[in-house]
Design a protein around this ligand. Structure first.
Ligand SMILES: C[S@@+](CC[C@H](N)C(=O)[O-])C[C@H]1O[C@@H](n2cnc3c(N)ncnc32)[C@H](O)[C@@H]1O
Length: 306
């Protein structure tokens, strides 16, 4: 195992440059990023604070989110290799029942950086969350995937999913009667239904806003070459680090809260031992059988559905 944690950003970057596989920095990501050389990261995948008053957030204002992103995004582009990718996962800032989609300012800032192109806006949908009474309940967030330049790494075969109709055939034209699907599986598309890490999800580590390892893994496998460097500036419990390690990529993560940095450190040690449970993105969503108590409708429920 080749894994180091530092409180000094100079040492962290030095260690990464010397080839250490996994490097954690316990501090503010901007201190670290400023020291990372140009064109050195293959994939950044992260979920920044949404400024929603969570225990790890110092602001509740969208203006602060925008100001922080005006500083961090150009720097993340600078350190990304030509042909590398940036996946920025955000949801909505909600205040007074008013929703502000945080990918709007992220896109607006990135649109002003000429070498960067948006390739997809993935919708991450999940079945559970808070129940709205004056709005539809929020059940999705987004991931903006940008590349630096046009000649970018994209390994679709590494993330194909099972065909829905593998026996489907061309019904007309010269291939009429032949099987029409790709035998390697189909493109997963840009709507990803992956359960969020709530309740008794097997990935729960004690961080309030973990994203699923499967979500990060799909990005890692498709967008970072074998042995390449995955970076997460706001790593939290290091879900992206787990995805990197189990897939043979290097990892650089920053976390300014000592409690979460410690949690990430322990989790990545376990990842090296193959002891971190996670749910692959292509596992079908579980539907309870009619025999299970949770699927039975109580007498007094007035809902009537077909
Ligand atoms: C939304 S959470 C990320 C959760 C992560 N994706 C996971 O799966 O656990 C954002 C994290 O960024 C950390 N953070 C906030 N500002 C930071 C900064 N300037 N530098 C480093 N970490 C920061 C917070 O403490 C929090 O743990």
């Amino acid at each position: 195992m080749d894994f180091k944690t530092y409180k000094s950003p100079i040492r962290a970057v030095g260690s990464l440059n010397q080839g250490t596989n996994t490097v954690l920095f316990a501090g503010d990501c901007m201190e670290l990023i400023r020291l990372i050389p140009d064109n050195s990261i293959d994939l950044t995948i992260t979920s920044p604070p949404y400024c929603m008053g969570k225990e790890y957030e110092s602001s509740e204002s969208v203006d602060d989110f925008i100001a922080a992103h005006e500083a961090v995004l150009p720097e993340v582009v600078r350190i990304t290799r030509d042909g590398g990718s940036i996946c920025w996962q955000v949801g909505y800032h909600v205040h007074d029942k008013t929703a502000y989609p945080l990918d709007y300012p992220v896109f607006a800032i990135m649109a002003g950086i000429k070498e960067v192109k948006l390739r997809n806006r993935m919708v991450w949908s999940f079945g559970h969350g808070l129940h709205g009474t004056m709005r539809f309940s929020g059940r999705h967030e987004t991931i903006l995937w940008f590349t630096k330049g046009d000649d970018y790494h994209f390994d679709l075969d590494a993330v194909r999913v099972a065909q829905k109709y593998p026996g489907k055939r061309h019904y007309k034209g010269p291939k009429k009667g032949e099987l029409s699907g790709n035998p390697k599986g189909k493109n997963p598309g840009d709507v990803w239904e992956i359960p969020n890490v709530k309740g008794n999800h097997i990935e729960k580590e004690g961080h309030p806003c973990q994203f699923p390892v499967g979500l990060a893994e799909r990005c890692v496998r498709a967008l970072c070459p074998d042995g390449g460097i995955v970076f997460d500036p706001y790593m939290g419990s290091a879900s992206s680090g787990v995805a990197a390690i189990v897939n043979g990529r290097r990892f650089l993560g920053a976390e300014k809260d000592a409690k979460y940095e410690g949690l990430a450190h322990n989790r990545l040690l376990r990842a090296y031992d193959g002891a971190v449970p996670f749910r692959p993105a292509d596992r079908p969503i579980r539907v309870p059988s009619s025999q299970e108590a949770v699927a039975r409708r109580p007498e007094h429920f007035t809902e009537v559905f077909q």
